[in-house]
Design a protein around this ligand. Structure first.
Ligand code: UD1
Length: 430
């Protein structure tokens, strides 16, 4: 297993190209199941989760071609992927694959919509919480599917096709909104999705579906209105910039007191994170190239933040903010309202000298003057990158183990940081 070694203390100065968003690329790839024609996706990040989803889609019969671009070309460094689901060879998504990545469960909606049946393994638990799929199943039932749970699998059938309906979600779910949207585009008649998630990645998927011939009103709003069509055609779409990666590198720059240009970053998807960074004393300026993040000599101010669905502060940046606040000039409070167990990073940050107290869903982070490098363990994707942020400012050497968590969601992290002056290296497991 690979490890990442970081020797802290260097300021970050330079430019980082922001990759395509993982959380948009995954559902966009799944959208390919909805049409027999070719869907071309540009700016797809090179990530372990993307490779895993590729295997899952190939199992359903999707033919996938990849053509790369050089880093920096057109400001984008991702792959161009062409996905063609001419026929669906298999409507089963097996446990061995789905259990490795939750988002693969989202194939349920498109398979049902296109084939009238699907058998998809329940995803199981994960490190950040129980993460049920009840809302996904309710949405499919509203659209006329019959659902049974058999031996750990969701077996869904809609013999006469899906029918439009009104779907009102009790709470905001990104995945359930994706599922309902992807199924409704091919359902007969009108579907209204209320209390839909408004995360920018959902807007990106909806815009791609529109290019493919779907009829969707209210994109980016909490009410999506869909008029079902009988078929979708091929299209070309560019994956939006990753706002979580952007927020993460912004915090790296803030933590080390550097000056970094985040090329290709979009401020319109990152308002709440930018507000919090500014409150913390970090300058964030929008330029033609992207976002420039600087903290030259100013102290880090403590902040009080609660995570919330978009446009609130993203849970996917909570761990990173906590790492940043470990060295603030005072006490911060960070409340996690989306996932009940998303504090696995607290104990690892403590190994570096952080002073954090947990009380239910709230962490009180008392700023310390210094962190010290230590061996630490990555527990999940965002938690592991919070350890990188802390390590960049810690005295001495930090060895981050279980790097595969990072590789799920951050493309060439060590190269991007090293190019800005960080002392970071990947040590191969063998
Ligand atoms: C997606 C993101 C993940 C992000 C999360 C919240 C992707 C690939 N993943 O995950 O990075 O952290 O949104 O922004 O885009 N819930 C239910 N029943 C359901 C579905 C969800 O109770 O059927 C609950 C969850 O347990 C959680 C909350 O709803 O408490 C929000 O989860 P959801 O938005 O669905 O997260 P994901 O789509 O899994």
């Amino acid at each position: 297993m690979d490890r990442i070694r970081i020797r802290g203390g260097n300021r970050l100065n330079g430019t980082i190209n922001i990759s395509g968003a993982k959380n948009a690329a995954l559902p966009l790839m799944i959208v390919s199941l909805l049409t027999p024609e070719t869907l071309t996706l540009n700016n797809v990040p090179r990530l372990a989760d993307v490779r895993l989803l590729q295997r899952i889609l190939q199992n359903h019969g999707v033919d996938i071609m990849i053509a790369g671009k050089r880093p920096g070309q057109n400001g984008q460094s991702g792959d161009v992927k062409q996905l063609s689901a001419r026929t669906i060879a298999d409507t089963t998504a097996p446990y061995e694959l789905v259990s490795k990545m939750r988002a693969s469960f989202w194939v349920l909606g498109p398979l049902l919509a296109r084939c009238g049946e699907a058998k998809v393994s329940l995803p199981g638990g994960c490190a950040i919480g129980t993460r049920p799929v009840d809302m996904h199943l309710q949405a499919m039932e509203k659209l006329g599917a019959e659902i049974a749970i058999e031996a750990g699998y969701v077996v869904a059938k809609a013999r006469n096709g899906l029918r439009g309906n009104r779907i009102v979600f009790d709470k905001v779910s990104v995945g359930a909104t994706h599922a309902a949207l992807m199924a409704a585009v091919l359902a007969q008649g009108e579907t209204v999705i209320e209390n839909a998630a408004r995360e920018p990645e959902i807007g990106d998927v909806a815009q791609c579906l529109v290019k493919m011939g779907a009829r969707i009103d209210g994109i980016h709003s909490p009410t999506l209105r869909i008029s079902g069509v009988t078929s979708l055609h091929g299209a070309e779409h560019t994956v939006i910039a990753d706002r979580i990666e952007t927020g993460t590198y912004a915090m790296c720059a803030g933590m080390t007191g550097g000056d970094v240009m985040l090329r290709g970053a979009r401020s319109d998807t990152l308002g709440s994170v930018i507000d919090v960074m500014r409150k913390a004393g970090i300058a964030v300026d929008e330029t033609n190239e992207g976002l420039r993040v600087q903290r030259n000599g100013r102290a880090l101010e403590p902040v009080s933040v609660a995570t919330a669905p978009f446009p609130g502060f993203p849970t996917d940046c909570q761990a990173q903010l906590m790492a940043l606040m470990t060295m603030a000039d005072g006490t911060s409070t960070i409340r996690e309202t989306i996932f009940e167990n998303r504090f696995m990073h607290v104990q690892e940050l403590a190994r570096l000298g952080a002073d954090i107290h947990l009380n239910g869903d709230t962490a009180e982070v008392r700023g310390v003057r210094k962190l010290t490098g230590a061996p630490v363990m990555a527990t999940d994707l965002r938690a592991s990158v919070s350890l990188v942020i802390a390590a960049l400012a810690a005295e001495g050497e930090t060895m981050l183990n279980r790097v595969y968590h990072l590789d799920r969601g951050f493309e060439t992290l060590e190269d991007k940081l090293a190019a800005c002056g960080a002392d970071v290296a990947r040590l191969s497991g063998n």
